[in-house]
Structures are given as structure tokens and as C-alpha cells.
Design a protein around this ligand. Structure first.
Ligand code: 5GP
Ligand code: ZN
Length: 301
């Protein structure tokens, strides 16, 4: 069986992720979580000193996501929390009608919450609320369950997945230097994990025709790089980490300033934990004892 045959991939994912009735939404098995725990610890071990840790829930303020510009760039990926509002009698009438059909859906109304689309999105407004960015800049370690309403559901494309990120807020030079350091560390980590990888300039899946132009400009300016590892095929490897320079995008939106004149620039490095886990199993198989020594050592498995 070839390393990327559909049969092998299916048997791998069935042992690691248990399907639920929703596409791209899975339960994780103990075997998979053992590797995810190892990955998380390996990422923590590489954390720079002076980094502040914050963990976010899988939902965040809708108003903040609106202000962040997400609706202009990724409206097709956003999930919004809707609930039944109103009087008890009205709610009862809606849910009791459920037996006849999904009428209760007509009673749903948006709440003030959306599903967190990326682990760093809740961070910028939180920093802005603290006031000016200190002269030496800021670095953060953040994580969140993220949601994206993905159209396709090949292995590795989940609607609900875990993202760990390091984020830098500082001068353009600091943000770029931070990204450069993390690209080097990430490559080193991939080598220790003994996975085949390549690093490539990339773009975000911006919405619509204007989005296509934004994506081209992003590649041209090398604002995003991805570390890709084969999961489904060698020809189309899967993005498992990304290295993003946002220039002054978030700094301007959130008023992140170092002083009266300078808007802060930001950069983030994102680790897709579930994808990294799948990439490891796709490369080395299901038997952890057979994994290369350097990978087992790095993950403590
Ligand atoms: P980005 O913000 O660069 O799109 O995503 C950061 C990382 O999150 C990606 O490199 C990838 O590892 C992970 N990620 C993004 N989208 C998905 C997805 O649909 N499913 C999974 N499992 N991970 C994703
Ligand atoms: Zn980010």
C-alpha cells in the first residue's frame, strides 16, 4: 500500500479521529492526544523568555471580529453563535414544532458571540485595552480551539481544530526578526520530528474576486510563509504551520501604538496542532514504538 493511498489514510484517520455525524468534526483518540500533548510540550520548550501566556475559549465577541475586518476578508469561513431568544411561550412553540420539521431554526437570532477563527484574533483588542505598547515590545503565547466553515473535508481539513500561536507586537524590524527566528525554529522542529517538509510563500483564502488580488499581493510581499508536510499526497502537502507578518494591519485597527507617532507592527507564528499530529502519523504510521528516535525523544512518546 503506498504511503498516500486512500485506504491507508482512511485507516490512519479512523484510528486517530472518530467521526461524528458532522463533516470535519471529530473526536480525538488517546493515541492521537498523546502525540498532541507531546507537540504542545515541544512548542512550549521553544518559547522565548518574557513571553506572556494566554488561553482563549472557542468563542469570542462578535463586535471584535467585526472590527478586526474579518467580515471583509473571510466572511465565508466565519461561524456565528445563534440562540433562541424571547418569551418562554414563543421558545416552547418553536422547539415543540421540531417533530414536524426544523421550524425552530426560524426562531434563531445571532448573539454577541462568534466562533474564534484564529488564536491571535482575541489578543489584539486585549492588548489595546492595556494602553501603549512598551518600548521593548511584547510577545505572547496563545491558544484556542478555532472554527472555520471549510467547504471541503479531506483529512486534515477540520471545521474545528486547535491552534497554538506565538505573537510579536513591536517595530517592523522586531516583527520580521521574530518571524525569521520562528521559521528557523520550526524547521529545526520538523527535522527533529523526522517529517519531510517544505517552506513556501503562501496566501490566506481571502473571499471573492478582490480577495484573489489580496492573495497575490500577500505572496508578492512575502507576508505569509507556510511549512507544508505531506498528509494526503506528496504533490499537495498540507499547511501545518504558518508564519505571518501583518505589517500595521492590526496595529492600526486596534490603535496599538508605541508612542504618538508609531503604530505597532505585528507578526504571528501558528501551529496547527491537529494537522501536525496527522502529518506525524501519516509519515511514521500508527505504532509509536516504530517512530524515529529523534521524533520520540522530541515528543516524549
Ligand atoms: P492560518 O491562520 O495560517 O490559516 O492557519 C494556521 C494554521 O492552522 C495552519 O497552518 C494549519 O496548520 C491550521 N489550520 C488552518 N485551517 C485548518 C483546517 O481547516 N483544519 C485544520 N485541522 N487545521 C487548520
Ligand atoms: Zn495569528
Amino acid at each position: 500500500m503506498s504511503q498516500f493511498s486512500q485506504d491507508r489514510l482512511e485507516s490512519l484517520t479512523n484510528s486517530l479521529l472518530q467521526p461524528t455525524s458532522a463533516n470535519g468534526v471529530h473526536a480525538r483518540t488517546g493515541l492521537f492526544e498523546q502525540v498532541i500533548d507531546g507537540l504542545s510540550a515541544a512548542i512550549t520548550a521553544r518559547r522565548e523568555s518574557g513571553t506572556e501566556i494566554l488561553r482563549f475559549p472557542p468563542v469570542m465577541s462578535r463586535a471584535l471580529v467585526e472590527k478586526s475586518g474579518y467580515l471583509k476578508t473571510f466572511p465565508h469561513l466565519l461561524g456565528c453563535v445563534s440562540c433562541l431568544h424571547g418569551e418562554e411561550a414563543a421558545i416552547r412553540a418553536l422547539v415543540e414544532g421540531q417533530a414536524k420539521g426544523p421550524d425552530w431554526l426560524n426562531g434563531l437570532a445571532a448573539t454577541d458571540l462568534v466562533l474564534t477563527p484564529a488564536a491571535c484574533y482575541p489578543l489584539y483588542p486585549l492588548i489595546a485595552a492595556r494602553g501603549a505598547v512598551p518600548a521593548q515590545g511584547l510577545t505572547f503565547d496563545v491558544a484556542s480551539y478555532c472554527f472555520r466553515r471549510e467547504a471541503s473535508h479531506e483529512p486534515g481539513r477540520l471545521q474545528s481544530f486547535r491552534m497554538r500561536e506565538y505573537v510579536c507586537v513591536g517595530t517592523p524590524e522586531e516583527a520580521l526578526a521574530f518571524r525569521k527566528r520562528w521559521i528557523a525554529r520550526a524547521e529545526e522542529l520538523a527535522q527533529q520530528l523526522a517529517v519531510p517538509y517544505k517552506l513556501a510563500a503562501a496566501s490566506d483564502p481571502f473571499f471573492g474576486r478582490v480577495g484573489k488580488m489580496m492573495a497575490m499581493s500577500q505572496v508578492e510581499q512575502e507576508l505569509k510563509f507556510e511549512l507544508l508536510i505531506p498528509v494526503n499526497s506528496e504533490e499537495q502537502p498540507t499547511a501545518c504551520m504558518s508564519f505571518n507578518y501583518h505589517q500595521d494591519h492590526f496595529g492600526t485597527i486596534w490603535g496599538l501604538r508605541r508612542n504618538a507617532r508609531e503604530v505597532a507592527h505585528t507578526a504571528c507564528v501558528a501551529f496547527g496542532l491537529d494537522r501536525l499530529g496527522l502529518a506525524l502519523f501519516a509519515t511514521h504510521g500508527l505504532d509509536l514504538k516504530q517512530w524515529p528516535a529523534s521524533a520520540r525523544e522530541t515528543l516524549s512518546v
